[in-house]
Design a protein around this ligand. Structure first.
Ligand SMILES: Cc1cc2nc3c(=O)[nH]c(=O)nc-3n(C[C@H](O)[C@H](O)[C@H](O)COP(=O)(O)OP(=O)(O)OC[C@H]3O[C@@H](n4cnc5c(N)ncnc54)[C@H](O)[C@@H]3O)c2cc1C
Length: 511
């Protein structure tokens, strides 16, 4: 029997990010995915600035942005009866790629088929072990750990794994969630799609590249959506079908090719490259934790693709969970810290579910301007209230805009800093340890922090230049303790005191 501290089931965004973040924090982990390869289907394409902010300190931002190069000149969303008909722009302004007031992260349009291999390589380089072509068939949790029965799909060989914790990142139809009997109250399946990738030379038709085209007549509901793909002359198409009258099996290759020509509006040479079906649904698991099993990504929550919140939230779940698992496994925190994962991420999921349903309906309905979601607040303004901070934490999840004043429960406000002549964002400091940020004159606090195990200290305005002189406005305290996921845990004024800081850390970690 193979033993590992953490078994991750599923190698999509949630699973790969979990493997990467855990291994980066020194936690040996094993990931199993039943697929042998990354899917060619683009699936989610939007990488939001919070996700890129998380990738930056791991040195991945440039390769992810590079993966987005094929989409660099895309902007706007257009509606049309077919691609050769007039395009009605729902919006056509330049995409705001950067938000320098709020983050060093950026928007980027890199599709899943090109980003997942980057995460695979990075996770392996950090020491994670990834088993592709391996299905998890069942799990048996007990008080001390979880025994999982896996199968190597190439050889048929069974493999038993014993883990202290399992991250169930096994997607929308999560077998683990079902086995544990965790319900998704009120789950609604909104639309069913067949998605496929075609190869076609559309250079004479697509003269300006949209983020995507919504094609068909909204009045009849006969709609499809089309988007470019990372590979040259490849295009992704999604067509909705009614499960009461049809199934994915009805979408033969011939039918997909005919549909592609209809959406394009010309009888061109078109080749079918790959095909899959998926369901747009909304539903949030009633629990994100069952003992030693933690649900992440689509296994925990699903909602419509508007704003690409599914893919980004999968990474952000993993980021929230990894440092907690690392602290528990290292003996620095008690198991109770893991309860704060659900306390923090589930309320965010409930809010995003409601917003994305309304946002998706607006996009595909008669009045696309009627979108209720403020994407920037949804992305950078998520706030937590849990016992993994000192104080109550702000509620509700979203306030008015992105809060830029440091207090427990908010994402640490953005600062541009100068580190040895290089401009960095403050979030570049947060990845594998608690960080005490101290303001000008905070040397005593920094000295106190260096006596506390597991805390790093930085002096803003001294060792790190405060490029825009924002410390007073955005932090304005003597010392601010930031968790490894970039969220404020505590803010203090007054006499520097290592004992007090150690006590705060113990309380945050439930040690
Ligand atoms: C075809 C398709 C198209 C999509 N299009 C969009 C889109 O346009 N926009 C958007 O925002 N989102 C889209 N999504 C959703 C988006 O991809 C997800 O929200 C996001 O990737 C969440 O990642 P995840 O890791 O939680 O789940 P997934 O990416 O679904 O990954 C789950 C993984 O678990 C593996 N797995 C499942 N069961 C087992 C098992 N028993 N043993 C081993 N491995 C297992 C699967 O092989 C899979 O790799 C699409 C999803 C699909 C499937």
């Amino acid at each position: 029997m193979r033993e590992t501290p953490v078994l991750i089931v599923g190698g999509g965004y949630a699973g790969l990010a979990s493997a990467l973040f855990l291994a980066h924090q020194g936690v040996p982990c094993l990931l199993a995915d039943r697929h042998t390869d990354v899917s060619l289907l683009g699936r989610a394409r939007g990488i939001n600035p919070r996700t890129l902010e998380i990738y930056r300190p791991l040195g991945l931002a440039e390769s992810v942005k590079d993966a987005g190069r094929p989409f660099a000149d895309e902007a706007g969303v257009a509606r049309c009866a077919s691609l050769v008909d007039d395009w009605q722009w729902i919006f056509d302004e330049e995409f705001p790629r950067t938000l320098p007031e709020l983050t060093a992260g950026e928007f980027c349009l890199a599709d899943q088929s090109t980003v997942e291999p980057i995460l695979v390589e990075a996770a392996r380089a950090e020491g994670a072990e990834l088993w592709f072509g391996t299905r998890c068939e069942s799990i048996a949790p007990d008080a001390d750990g979880v025994t999982a029965e896996l199968r190597d799909l190439a050889t048929g060989e069974p493999r038993t794994v014993r883990a202290r914790y399992v991250v169930a990142a096994d997607g929308y139809r999560s077998g683990i969630r079902e086995q544990l009997g965790i319900a998704r109250p009120g789950l609604r399946e909104l639309r069913h799609y067949v998605s496929f990738v075609i190869r076609a030379d559309l250079s004479r038709i697509v003269t300006k590249r949209a983020l995507f085209w919504i094609i068909g007549d909204p009045a009849t509901g006969a709609m499809g959506a089309m988007a470019s793909h990372a590979l040259r002359d490849h295009w992704g198409i999604a067509i909705a079908y009614d499960p009461a009258t049809e199934s994915p099996a009805d979408f033969t290759d011939e039918r997909c090719l005919a549909a592609a020509r209809r959406l394009i509006g010309r009888d061109l040479p078109v080749e079918l490259v790959s095909k899959a079906s998926w369901t747009e649904a909304v539903g949030i698991a009633e629990r994100f934790r069952s003992g030693r099993v933690l649900l992440a990504g689509d296994a925990a929550h699903v909602w419509p693709p508007a704003q690409a919140m599914g893919a980004n939230s999968a990474v952000q779940d993993a980021h929230n969970l990894a440092w907690k698992l690392a602290a528990v496994l290292a003996g620095r925190a008690s198991d109770a810290l893991l309860d704060t994962y659900e306390a923090e991420r589930r309320p965010v999921a409930l809010e995003l579910a409601e917003l994305t349903v309304r946002s998706q309906a607006a996009r595909f309905g008669p009045d696309p301007e009627d979108d209720p979601a403020d994407p920037i607040t949804c992305i950078l303004g998520q706030r937590y209230a849990s016992a993994a901070m000192i104080g109550e934490g702000p509620t509700p999840v979203f306030g008015d805009g992105v809060e830029q004043v440091a207090r427990p429960g908010v994402r640490a406000p953005h600062l541009w800093l100068d580190r040895d002549g290089v401009r960095i964002g403050v979030h570049d400091l947060f990845h594998d340890a608690f960080t005490l940020l101290c303001g000008p004159g905070g040397e005593e606090w920094a000295r106190a922090a260096r006596k506390v195990d597991g805390v790093r200290a930085h002096l803003v305005g001294a060792e790190l230049g405060d490029v825009e002189h924002r410390w007073a406005e955005r932090y304005g305290r003597d010392a601010v303790l930031v968790r490894p996921d970039g969220y404020v845990a505590w803010a203090a004024d007054g006499e520097p005191d290592a004992e007090r800081l150690a006590d705060v850390l113990r309380r945050v970690l439930h040690a």
